[in-house]
Design a protein around this ligand. Structure first.
Ligand SMILES: Nc1ncnc2c1ncn2[C@@H]1O[C@H](COP(=O)(O)OP(=O)(O)OP(=O)(O)O)[C@@H](O)[C@H]1O
Length: 364
């Protein structure tokens, strides 16, 4: 089932929670709605589900207008952040619940229900826990049961609202890999809401980045990361260091710091902000001809193969900078406690004086 959202507007007491939202989700895709709190993700999901009516615009399933169709007739499955399993029912009975509630004419026989439940529990790898009650499950297990329950009625669309939001980081990571894998097996058109960048990037075929009730960008995870359409998207998808200074057409300067840049004529003389991603720089013990950005180590933390450094600029005007190096590079550098180090950016994003994104530049 493909989903098309066309010119949706939704207001709550005069406040526009969604403003002119249009979106296409092809059959079988897994799309992540990503945005900060209050950007309108849940409202959009609820409108697609039929739980909320838009003021304007249409929702189409397979090009059929379902805007006024009741939620029960849309064939959508839901999974919410809170598992909402029935406490007094076993795992198997929770999954069977929707099937048993079907009108008599549509309800499968007892054996068919049992077979379907077994199949679903195998799919979500919970078949060994069919007889347990929700209280005897971990959060991740409950969420897999919730997913099996949502799939029981063979929905044509699956909607997930922060499905892993309540779980700890490690379980979240496992579950999102598992969801990706599961989606490849069943390929039901799915939309999930998250405010977690990593989650959206890892799971989605397409990411929809939202801000203040509108869509900033739609694209593959790689496209939105590498070719952000706006400053908001660049800011939102990972940490940035903002370096503010003056550019004279050849050299960017801020206090003691200097960086020679060729902006191919795109940046006029004057104030120029540079955005630097933590992984797009290295450090050296001496400045180089085109880059003189002295810093002092303030803190470091090691996680896996990456060392994250907090650096204080020496004699120039940026706040604390964050840089990520691999462990070998850091070990080879082995600076003394008060050594001055020199930041060597590989690639920077320019921000024009209007606040728009300019070209990416490499110091040279
Ligand atoms: N029923 C409602 N009545 C009034 N305002 C609402 C209602 N539902 C949502 N809003 C407002 O609409 C805006 C969008 O809310 P929504 O829940 O869609 O955002 P979200 O991106 O899902 O946020 P979060 O990540 O915090 O869940 C918010 O400013 C919210 O306060």
């Amino acid at each position: 089932m493909s989903i098309r959202v066309d010119g949706i507007r939704k207001t709550f007491g005069g406040f526009a929670a969604l403003d002119d939202i249009s979106l296409n989700v092809p059959q079988g895709e897994l799309v992540g709605l990503l945005g900060p709190s209050g950007s309108g993700k849940t409202t959009l999901l609820r409108i697609i589900a039929g739980l909320e009516k838009p003021d304007r615009g249409r929702v189409l399933f397979n090009e059929r207008d379902v805007t006024t169709l009741d939620v029960r007739r849309r064939k959508v499955g839901f999974v919410f952040q809170q598992y909402a399993l029935f406490r007094h029912l076993t795992v198997a009975d929770n999954v069977a619940f929707g099937l048993r509630m079907l009108p008599r004419g549509e309800r499968p026989g007892r054996d068919a229900v049992r077979a379907r439940v077994r199949e679903l529990l195998e799919l979500v790898q919970m078949d060994t826990m069919a007889g347990r009650y929700p209280a005897q499950l971990s959060g991740g297990q409950k969420q897999r049961v919730a997913l099996a329950r949502a799939l029981a009625l063979e929905p044509e669309v699956l909607l997930l609202d922060e499905p892993f939001g309540a779980l700890d980081a490690k379980v979240r990571k496992e579950l999102r890999r598992w969801l990706r894998h599961l989606h490849e097996q069943i390929s039901v058109t799915s939309i999930f809401v998250t405010h977690d960048q990593e989650e959206a990037m890892e799971v989605s075929d397409q990411v929809v980045v939202m801000s203040q009730g509108h869509i900033e960008q739609i694209g593959s995870p790689l496209t939105v990361y590498e070719q952000p359409a706006s400053r908001f998207v660049f800011d939102f998808l990972g940490h940035i260091n903002a370096l503010e200074g003056l550019y004279d057409g050849a050299v960017w300067q801020s206090g003691e710091a200097r960086l020679r840049l060729d902006t191919h004529g795109a940046c006029p003389d004057g104030a120029l902000t540079l955005y630097l991603r933590p992984h797009e720089a290295t450090l050296a013990k001496a400045p180089v001809e085109h880059a003189h950005l002295p810093v002092k180590l303030a803190a470091r933390s090691v996680f896996g193969g990456t060392v994250t450094l907090e650096l204080e600029p020496r004699g120039w005007g940026a706040g604390v900078l964050e840089v990520e190096l691999d462990r070998d590079t850091w070990a080879a550098l082995a600076p003394g406690r008060d050594d001055t180090l020199y930041l060597l950016p590989r690639s920077l994003q320019t921000v024009t004086c209007d606040g728009d994104l300019g070209p990416r530049v490499a110091p040279a």
